[in-house]
Design a binder for this molecule. Structure first.
Ligand code: GAF
Length: 362
C-alpha cells in the first residue's frame, strides 16, 4: 500500500546566519511542499524517482553520496541505519515538489524531513520531533557536506498554521508567534539566480564567523555585546569585525521583531527587515547584485513595509511585507524592472505560514 507524506519549505522573518552562531531565528513553514509517496516492494533495492530527474536506485549496503538530488534522501537512510540499525528492504519512493530549488526556501531540508517523516511512520521508529529535525540536519552536515544550522529542518518539522516560530538555537526553547498580518501579506520574489555552490560560500561564512569569535576571545556569540565588539575593533581585521557585527546586530533585531509582532506594528517590522538586509549585504556579504536590485526596487514602492534576502544567500529569494491591496501592482512593477535590468523572468507569489511535516490524509 502506498502512503503519502509531505514536508514544507520555509521562510525566515528575521535571524539570518544566526542559527549556527548561537543566535535566535524566527522562521515559518510555508504552503509549499515536498510530497513523497512510499511503498514496500519485494526487490531489495531502494528506488527513487522524481519527475524530470534521473531515477536513482541503491542497495542498503551501498549508501554513498553521488553529488545529486538523491543525496538528501540517501543521507536520511544513512543516519537512520547508523542510529537505529533499521533494515529497510525494497522500497519505491516517488517525490514531487512545489518548493523551488535554489530559491532560499529550503527545498533540501523539506526533502530530508519528508523522507525521515515517511520512514519514521512506515517502519514504526517512534522518533520524536526533535530527533526528526536533528537527524535531518545531521544527514545534511555529514552526508551532503553542507554545515547548515538547525533552522530549516526545525521549521519544516515544527511549523504551525499562521505562526512564526521564535527559536533560541542554544537552549532550543521555542515559542509560536501568531502572524496575523492584517492588511499585509508575505510575498516571495524569486530572483532565479544562484551564484555559488551553496556549500562553498555558506561553509566559508561559517568559518569566518567562528574565527571572528576566536579573535574576540569569546566561547559563544551569546557572550558578545556591542560594547565588546566596539572595543575589539582596533585589533580586528575589518572582514572579521563585519562578520561579527552582523551576528550581534541580527540577534538584537530578532529580539526587537519579537516585540514588534506582539504589538502588531508592521511598519516597524518592515524597517527591521531592511536593516537585516543591509547587514547581510554589507557586513556578512551573502547577497548579490540581483537580490539587492529587488530589495532596492521594493523599498521605493508604495505599499511595501520592508524586504530582505532570505536563506543562505548568494541568490535565491527576497521576502517582502506588502500591503494586500497593492500586492499585484507591486509584483508587476518589480517583475518588469527586474526583467529590464537582468533579462531574467522572476517568480513572485504570496506565501502563508503552514503546519509542519506529516502524513497526508491523517
Ligand atoms: C541555510 C541554512 F541551512 C540554515 O541553517 C541557515 O543558516 C540559513 O541558511 C541562513 O540563515 O538555509
Amino acid at each position: 500500500m502506498k502512503r503519502y507524506f509531505r514536508a514544507p519549505g520555509r521562510i525566515n522573518i528575521i535571524g539570518e546566519h544566526t542559527d549556527y552562531n548561537d543566535g535566535y531565528v524566527l522562521p515559518a513553514a510555508i504552503d509549499r511542499y515536498v510530497t513523497l509517496s512510499i511503498e514496500r516492494t519485494g526487490r531489495e533495492r531502494i528506488e527513487l524517482s522524481s519527475a524530470g530527474r534521473e531515477a536513482i536506485t541503491f542497495g542498503e549496503g551501498e549508501i554513498e553520496p553521488a553529488g545529486n538530488w538523491g543525496d538528501y534522501v540517501k543521507g536520511i537512510f544513512h543516519v537512520l541505519k547508523s542510529v537505529k540499525k533499521v533494515e529497510f528492504g525494497g522500497l519505491s519512493i516517488e517525490i514531487e515538489s512545489t518548493v523551488p530549488e535554489g530559491a532560499g526556501l529550503s527545498s533540501s531540508a523539506a526533502l530530508e524531513v519528508a523522507t525521515i517523516t515517511a520512514l519514521n511512520e512506515v517502519f514504526g521508529l517512534s522518533l520524536t520531533d526533535e530527533e526528526r529535525y536533528r537527524l535531518s540536519q545531521r544527514a545534511e552536515n555529514e552526508f551532503v557536506g553542507v554545515q547548515c544550522g538547525i533552522m530549516d529542518q526545525f521549521a519544516s518539522v515544527m511549523g504551525r498554521q499562521d505562526s512564526a516560530i521564535f527559536l533560541d538555537t542554544v537552549s532550543m526553547e521555542y515559542e509560536y508567534l501568531p502572524l496575523e498580518l492584517g492588511a499585509y501579506s508575505l510575498v516571495v520574489f524569486d530572483s532565479k539566480v544562484h551564484h555559488e555552490l551553496l556549500s562553498g560560500g555558506y561553509n566559508s561564512r561559517r568559518e569566518e564567523a567562528r574565527k571572528a569569535l576566536e579573535i574576540l576571545g569569546k566561547k559563544s556569540y551569546r557572550d558578545v555585546s556591542m560594547v565588546d565588539l566596539f572595543s575589539a575593533r582596533p585589533k580586528m581585521e575589518d572582514l572579521y569585525y563585519r562578520r561579527a557585527m552582523h551576528v550581534v546586530s541580527e540577534n538584537m533585531r530578532v529580539l526587537e521583531v519579537v516585540k514588534t509582532l506582539a504589538n502588531s506594528n508592521y511598519e516597524n517590522l518592515g524597517r527591521f527587515l531592511v536593516q537585516s538586509h543591509e547587514s547581510l549585504a554589507y557586513d556578512y556579504e551573502v547577497s548579490c547584485e540581483e537580490i539587492d536590485f529587488i530589495v532596492d526596487t521594493l523599498r521605493n514602492l508604495n505599499g511595501v513595509s520592508g524586504a530582505r534576502m532570505i536563506g543562505g544567500g548568494f541568490g535565491g529569494s527576497v521576502l517582502a511585507l506588502c500591503e494586500k491591496s497593492e500586492r499585484e501592482k507591486i509584483v508587476e512593477v518589480v517583475r518588469e524592472r527586474y526583467f529590464k535590468e537582468f533579462n531574467i523572468a522572476m517568480d513572485a507569489y504570496e506565501v502563508r505560514p503552514s503546519r509542519g511535516a506529516g502524513e497526508i490524509g491523517e
